[in-house]
Design a protein around this ligand. Structure first.
Ligand code: ATP
Ligand code: MG
Ligand code: MG
Length: 371
């Protein structure tokens, strides 16, 4: 069978590898850790970093197509792999845009899609202007932020200067703080032939900057959900994106919708597709990289996904009490095979499928209490 390659062997790599194996492919994962979560389903090729030339050479000579689970993989690594004639998805160019909030928000705005008002702060001099349109706001580092890290909330010009110094004057965006009615996301699959599909919109709730639950369908009007899916697909088209990408949105008052950010890979808010749609987001990633058609994305049942963080584990490392999940017939537990539970570390998730999103949410909350 053809060998598929993925840069990164975390939980996203693991679920990708599992999907690929089920479809009859072999999988090689490039990762610095031989016990990475994906190792249960794939051959691991060890590397020091994702820019290691020998490791990239190995992947180029062993894999029929290559993708990534890690959004900060060096864009030039993906470009080099593509230069070797390997189908690479997403492209280095798309990754480069997604990795830099200045490039990302500028691209989205230039594509005619709404974003929060923002100022590109390439250096301290960029702050010598009237900032009132962006205050109160959030200063976000342009690169390497995730789970709300690399963000400082600011009210005054002094706050902004202080925060920018805190960030060592690295490139940032200053974004206006919006009043959020809800947060939603849409996951798009686009193939080399331009076939496109989008999963139903999920509604996302965060705790301490980390995704806590996703509720599907999102509790927004059908028209708004359609608008989000359409915007996500338009963005994928404009990027000439190949692969799976997630688009996060803010829902404001009066059904106003702005794009927050994109993730150039399957996304935590799409884990409900492991049980609630015919095709999973990881199968879509396999399909897109192999030039197959996207699979069907219709929702087969309302669902709620709950993230399981290391906080739910005992201090001695023992697992939560899974009994209630094992006895409820409409739940699915997914564990990532991580041995070490640390606070905030994503250890797994569970999905609850029920007749309505509200019923699923109620049951999910009850289960959370008992774990
Ligand atoms: P992720 O882990 O999703 O990659 P991130 O660290 O890249 O997150 P953002 O998605 O930019 O960060 O922001 C994290 C959260 O902070 C958002 O989900 C939202 O709740 C809040 N937030 C970010 N920007 C704004 C804004 N302009 N107005 C109001 N809330 C915001
Ligand atoms: Mg992000
Ligand atoms: Mg985000």
């Amino acid at each position: 069978p053809a060998m598929l390659g993925i840069l990164g062997g975390g939980q996203l790599g693991r679920m990708f590898a599992n999907a690929a194996k089920n479809m009859g492919y072999g999988v090689t994962v490039l990762d610095p850790d031989s016990h990475a979560p994906a190792a249960d389903f794939a051959d691991v090729h060890l590397c020091q970093s994702f820019t290691d030339p020998a490791a990239l050479q190995y992947m180029a000579s062993h894999c029929a197509a290559i993708t990534t689970e890690f959004e900060n993989v060096n864009a030039d690594s993906m470009r080099w792999l593509a230069s070797q004639g390997i189908p690479v998805s997403p492209s280095g160019d798309c990754l480069a845009i997604a990795q830099d909030r200045i490039a990302e928000k500028t691209f989205i705005r230039d594509a005619g899609l709404d974003v929060a008002p923002f100022l590109a702060v390439k250096n301290a001099g960029c702050l010598d202007t009237d900032l009132s349109a962006y205050l109160p706001g959030i200063l976000k580092t342009a690169r390497l932020g995730y789970d709300g890290k690399g963000q400082i909330r600011v009210k005054t010009l002094d706050d902004v200067r202080f925060a920018h110094a805190e960030m060592k004057h690295q490139p940032c965006v200053l974004e206006k703080m919006l009043s959020l009615h809800r947060e939603i996301s849409a996951i798009v699959t686009r193939t080399r032939a331009g076939e496109i599909a989008c999963f139903p919109v999920a509604e996302n709730e965060h705790v301490n900057g980390i995704l806590d639950v996703s509720i599907v369908p999102a509790r927004v009007s059908p028209a708004l959900a359609e608008r989000a899916r359409s915007m996500a697909m338009q963005l994928a088209e404009k990027l000439d994106y190949i692969g799976v990408m997630a688009v996060e949105f803010f829902v404001l008052d009066n059904e106003q919708l702005v794009i927050n950010e994109m993730a150039p890979r399957p996304h935590n808010s799409g884990h409900y597709t492991l049980n609630a749609t015919l095709t999973t987001q990881f199968e879509q990633q396999v399909r897109a990289m192999c030039g197959l058609y996207p699979g069907k994305t219709d929702l087969l049942s309302p669902a709620v996904m709950v993230n399981l963080l290391g906080d739910a584990w005992q201090d001695d490392g023992s697992e939560p009490n899974w009994e209630i999940l094992m006895t409820a017939p409409n739940t699915k537990l997914h564990l990532y095979g991580k041995k070490l539970a640390r606070p905030g570390r994503k250890m797994g998730h569970f999905n609850v499928l029920a007749a309505s999103a509200d019923a699923a949410l109620e049951q999910a909350n009850a289960i959370k209490e008992t774990l």
